[in-house]
Design a protein. Structure first.
Ligand SMILES: NC(=O)c1ccc[n+]([C@@H]2O[C@H](COP(=O)([O-])OP(=O)(O)OC[C@H]3O[C@@H](n4cnc5c(N)ncnc54)[C@H](OP(=O)(O)O)[C@@H]3O)[C@@H](O)[C@H]2O)c1
Length: 345
């Protein structure tokens, strides 16, 4: 088989605003003996994409950079040492590659027509799961799966407050908490997102654009008491910044604060009095394993999890979609189809 040499990709050559993003032709990445070449059928954006473009994470990206970390597609060719995969198979790669780091962060991303991954990173996509759905799962949904279940150990009957719940991680966290039998209080900064959060199962919603979420929790459940009662059992907080101490103040004794990120700032003011007085537990979650992605693919296959896709676009929409994330104008996930014609419905 003659392998493709060139492909279309969205790229940026220096950090900055979305004006740095251009669509162009570039080399198809080289494939080693243990690698697989994938025709990318769908890729999805994540909360880190605006940060990678601006350079605010401090991570070293290879330039010119191709953004985006999550994708799904078909195997086009396999390296000489690969026996597990064949051309035509539908696959979803785990985006973290040993020795190179996270795809879309320190490794060139998947906003491109082809991508190369080590064969060991690939997971098969069940027939009933679309490329679009599979491309939504690894980073945001995988992280939510690990944070809520493996690390957070959420249980039936618990009250779970999810901040910024309309994002990729938040929507999945909400669905997993409802599936586990928890009562979910979800926050968002716009009324249209609150309606959507209720439509996917949130028991209570708080508009953080107009209301203080700590006041909202006190109205619902009362002030946490050292003797027990009041507040919530779990707060999911990947926002950081000025939401951190407020989150501690929402937790009932022995409550858990789960975190996997800090969109609004990673070095917030701390008030450790709440940690000892209420014997609180701060639990971090980082990344996800292939087993998390596999479990999510099975849930979508069974119909017990539905990835929420707000919009699908072409490679020409990468900049627009990164701006939407930065402007907090997204509910769920945004998907790019690299073979789609710009403007196609
Ligand atoms: N450690 C890991 O392995 C890992 C993996 C994936 C994601 N993460 C982190 O998890 C977080 C969420 O990721 P995501 O993909 O779900 O992001 P997202 O889709 O952008 O969602 C984040 C939500 O946070 C809120 N938000 C955004 N900017 C904010 C700001 N400046 N101040 C307060 N709230 C803000 C928004 O909700 P409202 O506007 O409605 O409030 C938004 O819906 C990010 O920090 C990301 O880096 C970590």
């Amino acid at each position: 088989m003659v392998l493709p040499e060139k492909m279309q990709a969205a790229m940026f050559a220096q950090h900055g605003s979305t004006e740095e993003i251009y669509l162009g032709e570039t080399e198809v990445p080289d494939m080693g003996a243990e690698d697989v070449l994938i025709k990318v059928q769908a890729a999805s954006l994540n909360g880190f994409d605006p940060m990678m473009l601006s350079g605010s994470t401090g991570l070293k990206t290879p330039m010119p950079m191709i953004p985006l970390g999550d994708c799904a597609g078909e195997v086009v060719a396999v390296g000489t040492a690969v026996t597990r995969w064949q051309p035509g198979q539908r696959v979803c790669p785990h985006p973290f590659v040993a020795g190179e780091g996270m795809t879309g962060e320190t490794r060139r991303g998947v906003a491109a027509q082809y991508a190369v991954f080590p064969a060991r990173n690939l997971l098969p996509i069940p027939d009933s799961v679309s490329f679009r759905q599979a491309a939504c799962l690894p980073i945001a949904y995988g992280t939510a799966h690990r944070m809520m279940l493996t690390r957070g150990k959420i249980k039936s009957g618990e009250r779970v407050l999810i901040l910024g719940a309309g994002g990729g991680v938040g929507v999945c966290a909400l669905e997993l908490a409802k599936a586990a039998g928890c009562a979910v209080i979800a926050t968002a900064s716009a009324p249209w997102k609150l309606d959507k959060l209720q439509s996917i199962g949130a028991d209570h919603v708080i508009n953080t654009g107009t209301d203080d979420f700590e006041d909202g929790i006190r109205r619902l459940y009362g002030k946490p008491r050292m003797t027990g009662g009041g507040g919530v059992d779990v707060v999911v907080n990947y926002i950081g910044g000025d939401t951190w101490v407020k989150s501690l103040r929402c937790l009932t004794p022995n409550g858990r604060l789960l975190t996997c990120g800090a969109t609004a700032g990673y070095n917030p003011v701390e008030d450790i009095r709440y940690l000892w007085t209420y014997e609180l537990n701060v639990i971090g979650a980082n990344g996800f394993t292939p087993a998390d992605i596999e479990a999510l693919l099975q849930m979508v296959d069974r119909g017990t999890l539905v990835p929420h896709i707000q919009q699908v676009g072409s490679l020409a929409d990468v900049g627009l979609f990164i701006n939407k994330l930065a402007d907090r104008d997204v509910f769920g996930k945004l998907v790019i189809e690299p073979w789609r014609t710009p403007g196609q419905d």
